[in-house]
Design a protein. Structure first.
Length: 134
């Protein structure tokens, strides 16, 4: 509401104060990251997602969101690392694998792309769909 009222600086202050709490749930951390991203506070968004992942290392959605943020910030290496972790989580989406394969292919690392597909298949991604990426 503060942002809609044009009080962006105040909204940023409230968000930063909220994020200083040490007893936030994973969902609160992810919500704070979402708000921080919308406000252009990418460092804060990354920090909050990292905290959520530290609390729940198998949160594939947080891993994927963090990968997206790293990619948007131009850090392909960290984006790949997050997606590599995400494809090892049984609840991971096919889109995470697709994005990882595209990152590998765009940098000419076809063997890494093939290995990622095989890793994702081992962790429950549909084989036919995954093989279609290569």
């Amino acid at each position: 509401l503060l942002v809609k009222a044009g009080r962006v600086d105040e909204a940023i202050g409230v968000l930063k104060s909220f994020c200083e709490q040490t007893d936030l749930s994973d969902e609160e951390l992810k919500e704070a990251a979402d708000i921080a991203e919308r406000l252009g506070l990418y460092g804060l968004a990354i920090r909050e997602l990292n905290l959520a992942i530290k609390s729940n290392p198998k949160d594939s959605q947080a891993l994927i969101r963090l990968a997206d943020l790293y990619h948007e910030q131009g850090d392909a290496h960290k984006a790949e690392a997050m997606l590599e972790r995400a494809i090892r989580v049984p609840s991971c989406s096919f889109e995470a694998l697709k994005t990882l394969v595209e990152l590998y292919q765009s940098s000419g690392r076809l063997a890494a792309a093939k290995e990622a597909v095989q890793e994702a298949i081992r962790h429950g991604i549909d084989k036919e769909k995954a093989d279609g990426l290569i």
